[in-house]
Design a protein around this ligand. Structure first.
Ligand code: NAD
Ligand code: ZN
Ligand code: ZN
Length: 353
C-alpha cells in the first residue's frame, strides 16, 4: 500500500483555487471507516463556492481540506468494526455524514441531522487517489451501475427527494426548471409513477431534452401563461403537485398558482434571496401545501434514484459533461467557467484521459 497520494487541497480559509499536491498522506482509517480508491469525483457548484470562499464556505468549510464530495470507487480497506462492507465493494458516498443519534436521526430525518459533518467540506473528501469515510455513509453499487452514474446520486439526488416529497404516484406533476437537476425530476417523476409530467423552462432546447427524458407536455414559461396552460391540460383543476427546480421567485409563484386547491408544491431550487408570496390568496384559501427539501433521504432517495437510473427515461449523457485526469483540474475549471454544460468528472487514479 502506498503511503502518499496526489490530491487537491484548499490550503487556507481565504479566496483561492485548489492546489494540486503530490505528497498527501494516504488517509488512515478509524474502526468504523472504510478507505476508498477513488474512481471518479464530480465537480460541484459548491466547489466553486469554496474556492471563492463565500459566506456559506466561511460557515461550513474548514481549511486546509481535501475537497470533492460527489464520488464513486472501490473499498480497499475496512476498519475493524465494519461488518457490512468488504474490500472490493464498489460504492458511492452520502456527503451528509449524519451522527445517527440526534432527534432527527432517530426520526428518519438524517438528511437534516443536528450534528452533520460534510464530506469534502468540513472533513476531507475525494479529489484525491484515496478517501476515507464512515462505512455507514457508503452506498453499495449494483454491478451494472457505472462509477460515472454513481457520482450523480449525490448532486442529482435532491431532486429525487423532491419527487418523493411530491408523492407523485398517479398524479399530474409540474416540474419547473430543466437544468441537470430538474431533468432528473422529470425522469424521476415519470419513472416513479406520475400520471402526467408537465415541464417548463425559459429555453426551448432544454424543453426538448425534458421531452426526451419523459415530459408529456413542455412549456416555455417566458412565452405562455403557465397556470392557464396547466389548467387547460387538467380539466380546469390544476396540477396535483409541482416541483420547483429553478429557485426563481416568479417560477415558484407560478408553480403555486398552477397546482389545484389542496395541491402540494415542493421547492428544490434554492432562491438566492427572500421571495414575497400572496399567502392568503395563493396558499391559505386554497389549502395549498408548500414545502422544501434538503439533500437526500438516506437511503430511500438512493434506492429510488437507482430505479430511475435503470428506468427508460433517465439519460446519463444529457447530464454528463467532460472527463479529466485530476492533474488537469484547472482545465475542467476553465471549461466550467467558460460555460461548458453538464457535470464534469475528474479521475485521480488516471495519468491522462
Ligand atoms: N435543496 C437542495 O438540497 C439542493 C441540492 C442541490 C441543488 N439545489 C438547487 O437546485 C437548483 C437547480 O440546479 P441545476 O443544477 O439544475 O440548476 P440550473 O441553473 O442548471 O437550472 C435551473 C433551470 O431553471 C430555469 N429557470 C430559471 N428561471 C426560470 C423561470 N422563471 N421559469 C422557468 N424556468 C426557469 C433555467 O433556465 C435553468 O434551466 C439550484 O437552485 C440549486 O441550488 C438544491
Ligand atoms: Zn455537490
Ligand atoms: Zn444526527
Amino acid at each position: 500500500m502506498k503511503k502518499t497520494m496526489i490530491g487537491l487541497m484548499k490550503e487556507a480559509p481565504v479566496k483561492g483555487d485548489y492546489v494540486l499536491r503530490t505528497d498527501l498522506p494516504v488517509p488512515e482509517i478509524g474502526d468504523d471507516e472504510v478507505l476508498i480508491k477513488v474512481h471518479c469525483t464530480a465537480i460541484c457548484g459548491t466547489d466553486l463556492h469554496i474556492m471563492e470562499w463565500d459566506s456559506w464556505s466561511e460557515k461550513h468549510v474548514k481549511a486546509p481540506l481535501i475537497p470533492g464530495h460527489e464520488t464513486a470507487g472501490d473499498i480497499v480497506a475496512v476498519g475493524k468494526n465494519v461488518k457490512d462492507r468488504k474490500v472490493g465493494d464498489r460504492v458511492s458516498c452520502e456527503s451528509h455524514i449524519a451522527c445517527g443519534h440526534c432527534w432527527f436521526c432517530q426520526h428518519d430525518m438524517a438528511q437534516i441531522c443536528a450534528n452533520m459533518r460534510l464530506f469534502g467540506c468540513n472533513v476531507d473528501g475525494a479529489f484525491a487517489e484515496y478517501a476515507k469515510i464512515d462505512a455507514a455513509s457508503t452506498f453499495l453499487l449494483a454491478d451494472d451501475l457505472s462509477y460515472e452514474a454513481a457520482c450523480m446520486f449525490e448532486p442529482m439526488g435532491a431532486d429525487i427527494h423532491g419527487v418523493e416529497a411530491a408523492e407523485v404516484e398517479g398524479k399530474v406533476v409540474l416540474v419547473s426548471g430543466c437544468g441537470p437537476i430538474g431533468l432528473t425530476a422529470v425522469s424521476g417523476s415519470k419513472t416513479l409513477g406520475a400520471k402526467m409530467v408537465i415541464a417548463c423552462d425559459l429555453f426551448d432546447d432544454k424543453l426538448e431534452i425534458a421531452r426526451q427524458m419523459g415530459a408529456d407536455y413542455v412549456f416555455n414559461s417566458g412565452k405562455v401563461d403557465l397556470p392557464e396552460e396547466v389548467r387547460k391540460l387538467t380539466g380546469g383543476m390544476g396540477a396535483d403537485a409541482a416541483i420547483d427546480v429553478t429557485g426563481a421567485g416568479p417560477a415558484i409563484i407560478s408553480s403555486i398558482r398552477s397546482v389545484r386547491p389542496a395541491g402540494r408544491v415542493v421547492g428544490v431550487g434554492l432562491p438566492g434571496k427572500p421571495v414575497a408570496l400572496d399567502l392568503a390568496n395563493d396558499l391559505f384559501y386554497r389549502e395549498v401545501e408548500l414545502t422544501g427539501i434538503s439533500g437526500r433521504k438516506i437511503w430511500q432517495t438512493w434506492e429510488d434514484f437507482a430505479k430511475v437510473m435503470s428506468g427508460p427515461y433517465y439519460k446519463l449523457e444529457q447530464v454528463m459533461g467532460g472527463r479529466y485526469a485530476l492533474k488537469d483540474f484547472d482545465k475542467a475549471l476553465a471549461d466550467i467557467r467558460g460555460g461548458a454544460p453538464g457535470k464534469m468528472l475528474v479521475y485521480p487514479n488516471e495519468a491522462d484521459m
